[in-house]
Design a protein around this ligand. Structure first.
Ligand code: KG4
Ligand code: ZN
Length: 368
C-alpha cells in the first residue's frame, strides 16, 4: 500500500502523530530530526476499569471525545500551528477497529485538508523503533540491522529489521497469551485494578522468586515462539493452593499497604515474573545461537518491567550485543512512536494515499 513519494527529498517540517489503537488517545509532534516536541496521552482507564478490560464501543466514543483537547495540547506544547504540520502519521492497525478508525480517519482528513503527506503506520513498527527516541534531542539513526523484542498487552513479538531497506520480518510471536495479558490476569486474580502489570512488577520486587519457582515454557528446543497461557495457569493454580491452605482469598489487602500482603503471594508474584522474563531471555539465547545479534531493541508496555530491564542489559553484556531499551516514557502506547515510524518512512520516500488507507485489526508484517 505504500508508494514512493514523487516529491521525495529531505523532509523539513513537523510530523503530527496520532495513536488510537486501543484505549489511549494520543497525539504528538516531532521535528524532522525526530526530536519529540510534545507527546500527549489521554488515558481512558477510569472508563474501562469497572469492566476489568477495555470496552471497544466505549473506547471509540472516548477517542472522539478526547481528540480536540489532546490534539490542541500537543500542538500548543510543541509551539506549532496546524499550518506548520508537514506530514501526518496515524496508526492503521493492529488494534480495535472502531478505535483505529477514529484516529486514522482524523489523520486522513487532516493530511488531505492540509495537503501534506500521510503515513498509515503499523502499531508494532511504532514500538519497534521507539528505543531510538531520546528523552531529549534528535532520534538515533536506524542501525544497519536490528532485532526487536516487542512486549505488551497485545503482543510478544520477535522481529528483525533490515536498516537500509526498512524491511521488517517477524521471527516469532506468542502462540497464545501476550506476556502483558498474563501479568494482567494474575494481577486481576489477586484483586489489583486493570491493567495490573506495573503493580505486579512492583510487588514482585518484595517477594522471593526462589520460594515459588515456575517452569519456563519451552515449545520445541529449536523454536522461537512464545507461550504464556501455561505459566498463567500454573500461577493461578498455585494461588488456589495458597488460598486453600490459608482458608481465605489471596486478595489485595484493604489498606493496600505492602506489609499487609501475605508473604506467599509476594513470593508467587516474584516467581511468576521471573519465569515470564526467563522465557524471553531463553528465546533470545536460542536466536543468538542461530545467528549473530549485534543490536536488540526492547519496547512495549512490558519493557517498563524492572526485572526485564535488568535481565536484558545483563544478556547484552554476556552476548556482546548492544541493547537499546525504550525510555520509560515511551514504553506504553503513545503517538511519538507513531510519528517517528512515519518519519522514518518519509525519509525513505514512502507515503500512503489518505483516500484509500484503511484500518485493520490484524496486519502481518509481510503486508508492510
Ligand atoms: O504497550 P502497551 O501500553 O499497550 C499495548 O499495546 O498492549 O502495554 C500495556 C501492557 C499491559 O498489559 C500492562 O499491564 C503491561 O503493559 N505493563 C507491565 C508493566 N507496565 C505495564 N507489565 C509488566 N511489568 C510492568 N512494569
Ligand atoms: Zn502497544
Amino acid at each position: 500500500m505504500s508508494a514512493a513519494n514523487e516529491a521525495a527529498g529531505p523532509f523539513e517540517g513537523f510530523v503530527l502523530g496520532i495513536e488510537t489503537s486501543c484505549d489511549d488517545t494520543a497525539c504528538a509532534v516531532l521535528d524532522a530530526e525526530g526530536r519529540v516536541l510534545s507527546s500527549v496521552v489521554s488515558s481512558q482507564l477510569d472508563v474501562h476499569r469497572p469492566f476489568g478490560g477495555v470496552v471497544p464501543e466505549a473506547a471509540s466514543r472516548e477517542h472522539l471525545r478526547n481528540w480536540p483537547a489532546v490534539s490542541a495540547a500537543a500542538l500548543q506544547e510543541a509551539g506549532v500551528d496546524w499550518s506548520d504540520v508537514g506530514a501526518v502519521a496515524a496508526t492503521r492497525g493492529p488494534g480495535l477497529v472502531g478505535s483505529l478508525l477514529v484516529g486514522l480517519s482524523l489523520g486522513k482528513a487532516i493530511s488531505y485538508s492540509l495537503d501534506v503527506p500521510f503515513l498509515a503506520v503499523h502499531h508494532l513498527e511504532g514500538h519497534l523503533f521507539s528505543p531510538l527516541l531520546q528523552t531529549d534531542g534528535a532520534s538515533r539513526s536506524v542501525p544497519e540491522s536490528m532485532v526487536g523484542l516487542v512486549v505488551s498487552g497485545g503482543h510478544t513479538s520477535l522481529l528483525v529489521v533490515d536498516g537500509p531497506s526498512g524491511a521488517v520480518t517477524s521471527l516469532a510471536e506468542t502462540r497464545d497469551d501476550a506476556i502483558g495479558e498474563a501479568f494482567d490476569k494474575i494481577g486481576h486474580r489477586v484483586g489489583l485494578p486493570f491493567p495490573a502489570g506495573a503493580e505486579v512488577d512492583r510487588l514482585a520486587e518484595l517477594g522471593d522468586p526462589a520460594a515459588c519457582p515456575f517452569r519456563v515454557a519451552r515449545i520445541k528446543s529449536d523454536e522461537l515462539a512464545f507461550s504464556y497461557s501455561g505459566l498463567k495457569s500454573q500461577a493461578l493454580r498455585a494461588l488456589g493452593e495458597i488460598e486453600a491452605g490459608n482458608g481465605h482469598a489471596a486478595e489485595a489487602p484493604a489498606d493496600a499497604a505492602d506489609g499487609s500482603w501475605p508473604r506467599e503471594v509476594l513470593d508467587l508474584l516474584a516467581g511468576f515474573r521471573r519465569a515470564a522474563v526467563a522465557q524471553l531471555i531463553d528465546r533470545l539465547n536460542r536466536l543468538c545461537d542461530e545467528r549473530p545479534v549485534e543490536r536488540l531493541s526492547v519496547s512495549g508496555g512490558v519493557a517498563a518491567n524492572r526485572l526485564l530491564r535488568r535481565e536484558v542489559a545483563l544478556w547484552g553484556e554476556r552476548r556482546g550485543a548492544d541493547v537499546l531499551l525504550v525510555p520509560l516514557r515511551y514504553c506504553g502506547d503513545n503517538a511519538a512512536m507513531i510519528a517517528h515510524a512515519g518519519l522514518l518512512r518519509l525519509r525513505r520516500g514512502d507515503t500512503d494515499d489518505p483516500r484509500s488507507a484503511d484500518a485493520e485489526s490484524r496486519i502481518p508484517f509481510s503486508a508492510l
